[in-house]
Design a protein around this ligand. Structure first.
Ligand code: ATP
Ligand code: MG
Length: 367
């Protein structure tokens, strides 16, 4: 075997332990075995030996037994306000290389307000916001209705429903109470962004020296490859204007799903803005290897950053990043192996991850 010994770290829906009284969408963040199996197959096709490991309380022991060269990390974590950072922290402690963002970036991206503070400091556009740590917190004077209420640190559209947009203080209080009591965490309240919704994926790193694929033009001169912009039309399907966990549970094209348009039908100016902001948003939190950044247009028609996903879903049929890669002509196997290659390069794990993206688009480059 010429590839790497890769431990694939995940938390599956299948073996998640739910506390009594958990919300209906409590499992939405966890991966299906369909996703885990697809990544395993892709890594094997890339010439690697793959050892799938559930990232539960046994992980310290199973990692020590397995002794991987590197981990492919999709673990969402089990609990706590920085749960997505737990597995990276354990891997740092054990000095085992891993794909994707490190501890701090994973903790920041899970906390949408922490992310927005960094973006605002960097001069990036994100909607005005306020965190309700206590249900009776006073509404800041700079916040004006309509507002949008969501959990501070969830993903996969959890806690988003037909009551998330609020038009007055009474419905704001009710929704903040519902979020706090259902998800046991603060509520993030933001200016409602009524416009079109887009998400932009990227792979790459700003830091590395020029490598073969960058020379061949797959990555731009800054080290990033941006996938075509994906528009999600949530006026279609069960989402009722929001990309909620129920809207995300339908396969594209299925009755109930939103309409996915990739590449989005937008003018080149907006496309350039979305891509520029995606890279800036990624760099502002010091993300690594891969991410997906979500946007909406505000009432003023301008693009606003909503959040960044440093563990973007990787289900080959369902996940936004995979839809974009497909529209870009990049097969799933290559997407997965390229993420591994980016991480391997950062750790100087040379030669072994072999499936290079040149195979599908570099022929265009004159010799
Ligand atoms: N300020 C806002 N104004 C309008 N809609 C919003 C706003 N914030 C969130 N939404 C809607 O709720 C959805 C989910 O919000 P967000 O992307 O912040 O959460 P998430 O659950 O972390 O998403 P993901 O599934 O991408 O991890 C958005 O895709 C959008 O449809
Ligand atoms: Mg999102």
């Amino acid at each position: 075997m010429s590839g790497l010994r890769v431990a694939l770290l995940y938390n599956s829906k299948h073996s998640a332990l739910l506390a009594p009284g958990s919300p209906l969408d409590a499992l939405a963040e966890y991966d299906s075995m369909e996703t885990v199996n697809a990544i395993e197959r892709a890594l094997q096709e890339g010439g690697n030996e793959v050892i799938p490991l559930e990232a539960d309380l046994t992980l310290l022991d199973t990692l020590r037994e397995t002794r991987p060269d590197i981990c492919f990390n999709i673990a969402e974590g089990l609990w706590g306000d920085s749960r997505e950072a737990h597995v990276p922290a354990l891997l740092e402690m054990l000095r085992i290389p891993y794909t994707g963002s490190r501890v701090l970036a994973q903790a920041i991206s899970l906390d949408k307000a922490a992310t927005k503070h960094l973006w605002r400091d960097a001069g990036l556009p994100t909607a005005p916001f306020q965190v309700f740590y206590e249900e009776n917190d006073l509404l800041d004077r700079h916040m004006s209705f309509p507002l949008f209420v969501k959990p501070l640190r969830e993903g996969s559209g959890m806690g988003i429903n037909e009551n998330s947009v609020v038009y007055d203080e009474d419905s704001l209080r009710k929704q903040v109470h519902w979020v706090a009591s259902t998800y046991h965490q603060p509520a993030l309240v933001e200016t409602y962004l009524p416009g079109r919704e887009f998400t932009v994926g990227l792979i790459g790193n700003a830091c590395c020296c020029a490598d073969q694929s960058r020379k061949d033009g797959f990555y731009d001169e800054h080290g990033f490859h941006l996938f075509p912009v994906l528009e999600i039309d949530t006026t279609v399907g069960v989402g009722r204007g929001s990309y909620s966990s129920s809207a995300k549970s339908y396969y594209p094209g299925e009755e109930g799903a939103p309409r996915y348009l990739c590449p989005a039908d937008i003018d080149p100016g907006l496309e350039a803005t979305l891509k520029r902001l995606t890279v800036a948003a990624f760099k502002a939190i010091r993300a690594l290897d891969v991410a997906r950044v979500d946007f909406r247009l505000g009432a003023d028609g301008k693009a606003y950053l909503m959040e960044i996903n440093t563990l973007p879903g990787l289900n080959p049929a369902l996940s936004d990043l995979c839809i974009m890669a497909q529209a870009d002509g990049m097969p799933y196997t290559m997407l997965i192996n390229e993420i591994l290659r980016l991480a391997s390069a950062r750790y100087n794990l040379k030669k072994r991850s072999v499936l290079i993206t040149t195979q599908y688009r570099y022929q265009e480059t004159p010799a």
